[in-house]
Design a protein around this ligand. Sequence first.
Ligand SMILES: *Cc1c(COP(=O)(O)O)cnc(C)c1O
Length: 249
Amino acid sequence: MDADPEDRDPRARVLAGNLARVRRRIADAARDAGRDPTDITLIAVTKTFPADDARRLVELGVTDLGENRDQEASAKAAELAGTGVRWHFVGRLQRNKVASVASYAGMVHSVDRPELVTALDRAAGREGGLAGGRRLASLVQVNLDPSGPALARSRGGAEVDDVLSIATEIARSAHLRLAGVMAVAPLGAEPDPAFARLAEVARRVRGRHPDATVVSAGMSGDLAAAIRNGATHVRIGTALLGGRHDPVR
Ligand SMILES: *Cc1c(COP(=O)(O)O)cnc(C)c1O
Protein backbone atom coordinates (compact mmCIF):
# COMPACT_ATOMS: atom_id res chain seq x y z
CA MET A 1 0.00 0.00 0.00
CA ASP A 2 1.20 3.49 -0.82
CA ALA A 3 2.30 5.62 2.08
CA ASP A 4 0.39 8.82 2.74
CA PRO A 5 2.08 11.57 0.66
CA GLU A 6 2.72 13.51 3.86
CA ASP A 7 4.72 10.55 5.24
CA ARG A 8 7.02 10.67 2.25
CA ASP A 9 7.35 14.44 2.57
CA PRO A 10 7.84 15.58 6.19
CA ARG A 11 7.78 19.22 5.12
CA ALA A 12 4.28 18.72 3.67
CA ARG A 13 3.22 17.31 7.03
CA VAL A 14 4.56 20.40 8.84
CA LEU A 15 2.82 22.75 6.41
CA ALA A 16 -0.44 20.81 6.71
CA GLY A 17 -0.35 21.19 10.50
CA ASN A 18 0.44 24.89 10.27
CA LEU A 19 -2.29 25.41 7.69
CA ALA A 20 -4.86 23.67 9.89
CA ARG A 21 -3.88 25.88 12.85
CA VAL A 22 -4.08 29.07 10.79
CA ARG A 23 -7.46 28.08 9.34
CA ARG A 24 -8.70 27.42 12.86
CA ARG A 25 -7.44 30.83 14.05
CA ILE A 26 -9.25 32.49 11.16
CA ALA A 27 -12.45 30.57 11.89
CA ASP A 28 -12.27 31.37 15.62
CA ALA A 29 -11.63 35.06 14.98
CA ALA A 30 -14.48 35.20 12.48
CA ARG A 31 -16.87 33.49 14.87
CA ASP A 32 -15.86 35.84 17.71
CA ALA A 33 -16.56 38.78 15.40
CA GLY A 34 -19.91 37.36 14.28
CA ARG A 35 -18.60 36.91 10.76
CA ASP A 36 -18.68 34.05 8.28
CA PRO A 37 -15.18 32.50 8.01
CA THR A 38 -15.76 31.79 4.32
CA ASP A 39 -15.81 35.56 3.72
CA ILE A 40 -12.13 35.67 4.63
CA THR A 41 -9.50 34.74 2.07
CA LEU A 42 -6.22 33.31 3.27
CA ILE A 43 -3.20 34.51 1.31
CA ALA A 44 -0.11 32.43 2.06
CA VAL A 45 2.90 34.74 1.86
CA THR A 46 5.71 32.50 0.61
CA LYS A 47 8.50 35.10 0.37
CA THR A 48 11.99 33.71 1.09
CA PHE A 49 10.64 30.12 0.95
CA PRO A 50 11.23 27.86 -2.05
CA ALA A 51 8.73 27.28 -4.83
CA ASP A 52 8.41 23.70 -3.57
CA ASP A 53 6.80 25.03 -0.39
CA ALA A 54 4.42 27.17 -2.44
CA ARG A 55 3.51 24.07 -4.45
CA ARG A 56 2.96 22.03 -1.28
CA LEU A 57 0.57 24.69 0.01
CA VAL A 58 -1.34 24.67 -3.28
CA GLU A 59 -1.58 20.87 -3.07
CA LEU A 60 -2.96 21.29 0.46
CA GLY A 61 -5.73 23.50 -0.92
CA VAL A 62 -4.34 27.04 -0.67
CA THR A 63 -5.68 29.06 -3.62
CA ASP A 64 -3.92 32.40 -3.03
CA LEU A 65 -0.20 33.06 -2.66
CA GLY A 66 1.55 36.34 -1.86
CA GLU A 67 5.03 37.66 -2.55
CA ASN A 68 6.70 40.99 -1.87
CA ARG A 69 9.55 41.08 -4.39
CA ASP A 70 9.09 40.87 -8.12
CA GLN A 71 12.11 38.77 -8.94
CA GLU A 72 11.18 36.05 -6.48
CA ALA A 73 7.50 36.26 -7.32
CA SER A 74 7.95 35.97 -11.07
CA ALA A 75 10.22 32.93 -10.70
CA LYS A 76 7.72 31.15 -8.43
CA ALA A 77 4.80 32.09 -10.64
CA ALA A 78 6.63 30.51 -13.58
CA GLU A 79 7.34 27.35 -11.57
CA LEU A 80 3.72 27.04 -10.51
CA ALA A 81 2.24 27.87 -13.90
CA GLY A 82 -0.78 25.74 -14.62
CA THR A 83 -1.79 25.22 -10.99
CA GLY A 84 -4.42 27.96 -11.23
CA VAL A 85 -3.14 29.63 -8.06
CA ARG A 86 -3.78 33.37 -7.75
CA TRP A 87 -0.73 35.54 -7.06
CA HIS A 88 -0.91 38.62 -4.86
CA PHE A 89 1.83 41.22 -5.02
CA VAL A 90 2.04 42.68 -1.51
CA GLY A 91 5.43 44.42 -1.50
CA ARG A 92 6.67 47.88 -2.31
CA LEU A 93 6.06 48.40 -5.98
CA GLN A 94 8.66 50.08 -8.15
CA ARG A 95 7.66 51.64 -11.39
CA ASN A 96 10.22 49.67 -13.40
CA LYS A 97 8.69 46.42 -12.08
CA VAL A 98 5.05 46.99 -12.91
CA ALA A 99 5.23 45.32 -16.34
CA SER A 100 6.60 42.15 -14.79
CA VAL A 101 4.15 42.23 -11.88
CA ALA A 102 1.18 42.71 -14.23
CA SER A 103 2.22 39.58 -16.11
CA TYR A 104 1.52 37.18 -13.20
CA ALA A 105 -0.32 39.01 -10.42
CA GLY A 106 -4.05 38.55 -9.97
CA MET A 107 -4.14 41.30 -7.37
CA VAL A 108 -1.72 44.12 -6.57
CA HIS A 109 -2.02 45.25 -2.93
CA SER A 110 0.49 48.07 -2.84
CA VAL A 111 -0.63 50.94 -5.07
CA ASP A 112 0.21 54.04 -3.06
CA ARG A 113 0.88 56.87 -5.51
CA PRO A 114 -0.58 58.27 -8.72
CA GLU A 115 2.50 57.47 -10.87
CA LEU A 116 2.00 53.81 -10.05
CA VAL A 117 -1.63 53.91 -11.18
CA THR A 118 -0.61 55.23 -14.58
CA ALA A 119 2.27 52.77 -14.98
CA LEU A 120 0.28 49.76 -13.78
CA ASP A 121 -2.66 50.65 -16.02
CA ARG A 122 -0.41 50.82 -19.05
CA ALA A 123 1.26 47.52 -18.11
CA ALA A 124 -2.07 45.76 -17.54
CA GLY A 125 -3.26 47.08 -20.91
CA ARG A 126 -0.23 45.64 -22.65
CA GLU A 127 -0.77 42.28 -20.90
CA GLY A 128 -4.24 42.02 -22.34
CA GLY A 129 -2.97 42.70 -25.85
CA LEU A 130 -5.55 42.29 -28.59
CA ALA A 131 -8.01 40.75 -26.17
CA GLY A 132 -8.65 44.30 -25.04
CA GLY A 133 -6.90 44.06 -21.71
CA ARG A 134 -7.86 42.35 -18.50
CA ARG A 135 -8.59 44.58 -15.58
CA LEU A 136 -6.03 44.00 -12.88
CA ALA A 137 -7.46 44.02 -9.34
CA SER A 138 -5.70 46.77 -7.41
CA LEU A 139 -5.74 47.91 -3.79
CA VAL A 140 -4.68 51.26 -2.38
CA GLN A 141 -2.12 50.67 0.35
CA VAL A 142 -2.82 52.91 3.33
CA ASN A 143 -0.17 54.15 5.75
CA LEU A 144 -1.53 53.56 9.27
CA ASP A 145 1.56 54.76 11.08
CA PRO A 146 0.90 57.94 13.01
CA SER A 147 4.61 58.69 12.99
CA GLY A 148 3.94 59.69 9.41
CA PRO A 149 5.36 59.74 5.94
CA ALA A 150 9.03 59.28 6.86
CA LEU A 151 8.39 55.78 8.14
CA ALA A 152 5.85 55.12 5.43
CA ARG A 153 8.56 55.59 2.84
CA SER A 154 10.23 52.43 4.01
CA ARG A 155 7.05 50.36 4.43
CA GLY A 156 4.84 51.94 1.80
CA GLY A 157 1.34 53.33 1.92
CA ALA A 158 -0.52 56.47 0.94
CA GLU A 159 -1.43 59.03 3.56
CA VAL A 160 -5.04 58.60 4.67
CA ASP A 161 -6.02 61.91 3.09
CA ASP A 162 -4.70 60.83 -0.32
CA VAL A 163 -6.38 57.42 -0.43
CA LEU A 164 -9.67 58.46 -1.99
CA SER A 165 -8.07 60.34 -4.88
CA ILE A 166 -5.75 57.42 -5.67
CA ALA A 167 -8.73 55.05 -5.46
CA THR A 168 -10.68 57.19 -7.88
CA GLU A 169 -7.76 57.24 -10.29
CA ILE A 170 -7.62 53.45 -10.21
CA ALA A 171 -11.37 53.25 -10.75
CA ARG A 172 -11.05 55.48 -13.83
CA SER A 173 -8.24 53.40 -15.34
CA ALA A 174 -9.11 51.36 -18.40
CA HIS A 175 -7.19 48.25 -17.34
CA LEU A 176 -7.36 48.31 -13.55
CA ARG A 177 -10.21 47.36 -11.23
CA LEU A 178 -10.38 49.13 -7.88
CA ALA A 179 -10.81 46.22 -5.46
CA GLY A 180 -10.28 47.93 -2.09
CA VAL A 181 -7.59 48.84 0.42
CA MET A 182 -4.62 47.23 2.14
CA ALA A 183 -2.48 48.05 5.17
CA VAL A 184 0.21 46.77 7.48
CA ALA A 185 -0.27 47.56 11.18
CA PRO A 186 2.43 49.86 12.57
CA LEU A 187 5.25 48.03 14.31
CA GLY A 188 5.08 48.00 18.08
CA ALA A 189 1.61 49.52 18.36
CA GLU A 190 -1.76 48.04 19.28
CA PRO A 191 -3.22 46.67 16.04
CA ASP A 192 -6.92 47.26 16.85
CA PRO A 193 -6.92 51.09 16.67
CA ALA A 194 -4.85 50.97 13.48
CA PHE A 195 -7.17 48.45 11.83
CA ALA A 196 -10.17 50.48 13.00
CA ARG A 197 -8.70 53.47 11.13
CA LEU A 198 -8.29 51.26 8.07
CA ALA A 199 -11.94 50.15 8.37
CA GLU A 200 -12.98 53.80 8.38
CA VAL A 201 -10.88 54.53 5.28
CA ALA A 202 -12.35 51.42 3.60
CA ARG A 203 -15.88 52.66 4.37
CA ARG A 204 -15.10 56.03 2.87
CA VAL A 205 -13.73 54.41 -0.30
CA ARG A 206 -16.80 52.12 -0.56
CA GLY A 207 -19.03 55.15 -0.17
CA ARG A 208 -17.72 56.39 -3.50
CA HIS A 209 -16.85 53.02 -5.09
CA PRO A 210 -19.28 50.35 -3.80
CA ASP A 211 -17.45 47.46 -5.49
CA ALA A 212 -14.20 48.16 -3.64
CA THR A 213 -14.97 45.59 -0.95
CA VAL A 214 -11.52 44.11 -0.25
CA VAL A 215 -9.82 44.95 3.05
CA SER A 216 -6.38 43.29 3.03
CA ALA A 217 -5.09 43.36 6.61
CA GLY A 218 -3.71 40.98 9.19
CA MET A 219 -0.49 39.00 9.34
CA SER A 220 0.63 36.10 11.53
CA GLY A 221 0.69 38.16 14.71
CA ASP A 222 -2.45 40.24 14.32
CA LEU A 223 -4.92 38.34 12.17
CA ALA A 224 -7.65 38.26 14.84
CA ALA A 225 -7.51 42.04 15.30
CA ALA A 226 -7.71 42.47 11.53
CA ILE A 227 -10.72 40.16 11.27
CA ARG A 228 -12.46 41.98 14.15
CA ASN A 229 -12.03 45.15 12.11
CA GLY A 230 -13.38 43.83 8.83
CA ALA A 231 -10.44 42.25 7.00
CA THR A 232 -11.54 40.20 3.98
CA HIS A 233 -8.03 39.03 3.08
CA VAL A 234 -5.33 38.05 5.57
CA ARG A 235 -1.68 37.72 4.50
CA ILE A 236 0.05 34.99 6.48
CA GLY A 237 3.72 34.04 6.23
CA THR A 238 5.45 32.98 9.45
CA ALA A 239 2.53 31.06 10.99
CA LEU A 240 2.33 28.89 7.87
CA LEU A 241 5.94 28.53 6.79
CA GLY A 242 8.03 29.28 9.85
CA GLY A 243 10.56 32.01 10.62
CA ARG A 244 12.45 33.79 7.86
CA HIS A 245 15.65 35.71 7.60
CA ASP A 246 14.23 38.69 5.75
CA PRO A 247 16.87 40.71 3.97
CA VAL A 248 14.31 43.51 3.55
CA ARG A 249 10.75 44.08 4.53
C1 LIG B 1 5.79 39.33 4.89
C2 LIG B 1 4.50 39.98 4.77
C3 LIG B 1 3.34 39.43 5.35
C4 LIG B 1 3.36 38.16 6.18
O1 LIG B 1 3.89 38.44 7.43
P1 LIG B 1 3.97 37.36 8.62
O2 LIG B 1 4.13 38.16 9.83
O3 LIG B 1 5.16 36.49 8.33
O4 LIG B 1 2.71 36.57 8.58
C5 LIG B 1 2.15 40.10 5.16
N1 LIG B 1 2.08 41.25 4.46
C6 LIG B 1 3.17 41.80 3.89
C7 LIG B 1 3.02 43.08 3.15
C8 LIG B 1 4.41 41.20 4.03
O5 LIG B 1 5.48 41.78 3.47
